[in-house]
Ligand binder design. Structure first.
Ligand code: CP3
Length: 349
């Protein structure tokens, strides 16, 4: 693909080794940036911010302007998909997302993908706006929540440690639950393809709650649907790399990589980079991504740089993208991010 030639992120995801690993951070736009907090106050609610292309384009570009990352990630949220299907999604200040829990057949029957693209049109407008303004060498990442993680928020009605309601439904009413997962799998596929048509050059699937399932259910509800999405998206847009981020699944990352066929594998904080270098070689997955502890970024200074160096050293012989093991925390000092990026660029030139 000619485009990838000039973009370090796309080269890495296609399995090319570089003199310097590309870097971006999950949640690189967010509350730790004063310019984000100012814009967020003007936009009103968080969802209004997601659905206002002018604001969302600006927020997407804020961390690019400030730090010079190698990729911009669309500013939106994974919960816009349930919202587009008809769930009522609210973000409660200081508490996170709240949805009316999906409890049974009747609730599922009220969901529909008929107006998916109409509802998500502002997201596509944001991508087109960012694509117009992005520096030539910076790649644009689109994303979606994986079906399992979206189902967790829809059935439990918000965040949770255990997602007991969702896991109970998956066991007690597996046919009903499979219909929900299938609906989400189809919607996420269509959404990702439309994001590429609007300008996304790489895609990330967030399976933030893959960690709560035992192996057999993880295979059925996380790995299998993501594999279907990867294959269907590739059929429509063959050259666009896909990154999977099944958070917290430990050694099952190896199974995840081979069964889904993702181009990039997002590793969470719990994974030892040295283990990953051994267990996930380029023959198993073209590119690794991760996995600095977001708290290392909060602490900053030498301890942060030493942890970053451990990753650089462990993965020096293979393609990878430098990132965190989870999102940037709101209490992070922006100066620490600047120091990290400077270090990565100078150390590895
Ligand atoms: O990474 C980026 O910069 C792009 C934007 C992005 C957001 N959310 C913006 C956001 C992305 C990729 C997400 C993904 C997302 N959203 C995930 C998967 C990644 C992960 O963190 O595991 C999940 C689980 C969500 C759902 C969600 N959205 C929660 C649980 C919360 C509340 C927690 C929190 O940090 O406030 C949100 C809100 C949210 N999404 C904010 C941002 C910047 C904060 C909203 C605010 O301004 O108050």
């Amino acid at each position: 693909m000619t485009l990838s030639v000039d973009k370090p992120l796309l080269r890495a995801l296609h399995g090319e080794r570089a003199t310097r690993p590309p870097v971006w951070l999950m949640r690189q736009a967010g509350r730790y940036l004063p310019e984000y907090r100012r814009l967020r106050a003007r936009a009103g609610s968080f969802l209004q911010l997601c659905y206002s292309p002018d604001f969302a384009v600006d927020v997407t570009l804020q961390p690019i302007r400030r730090f010079g990352f190698d990729a911009a990630i669309l500013f939106s949220d994974i919960l816009v998909v349930p919202h587009a299907l008809g769930s009522d999604v609210r973000f409660v200040e200081g508490e996170g997302p709240r949805l009316t829990p999906l409890a049974g057949e009747a609730d599922l029957g009220r969901l529909s993908s008929e107006r998916l693209h109409e509802h998500l049109a502002p997201v596509y407008a944001t991508l087109r706006g960012v694509a117009r303004e992005l520096p030539d060498e910076v790649a644009l990442i689109g994303f979606a929540g994986a079906p399992w993680t979206l189902a967790c928020y829809m059935v439990d009605g918000g965040g949770s440690k255990e997602f007991a309601a969702t896991r109970t439904m998956a066991r007690a009413a597996p046919e009903l639950f499979a219909r929900l997962i299938d609906l989400l799998t189809a919607a996420v596929t269509d959404y990702l393809v439309a994001q590429v048509e609007a300008g996304a050059e790489a895609l990330q699937l967030f399976d933030s709650w893959a960690n709560v399932l035992p192996a057999d259910e993880r295979r059925r509800w996380c790995i299998e649907p993501i594999g279907r999405i990867v294959r269907a998206v590739r059929k429509n847009v063959p050259d666009v790399p896909l990154i999977g981020f099944p958070r917290g699944i430990g050694p099952a990352y190896a199974e995840f990589a081979s069964a889904t066929g993702v181009d990039g594998l997002g590793l969470d904080t719990s994974i030892d980079p040295l283990w990953a270098a051994e267990a996930l070689p380029p023959s198993k997955v073209p590119c690794l991504q991760g996995n600095l502890d977001p708290l290392a970024l909060v602490a900053g200074g030498t301890s942060m740089l030493q942890s970053a160096d451990r990753i650089l050293e462990a993965w020096a012989g293979r393609p990878f993208v430098f990132n965190l093991g989870h999102g940037v925390l709101p209490q992070t000092e922006p100066e620490n991010v600047a120091l990290l990026v400077e270090h990565l660029k100078s150390r590895t030139k």
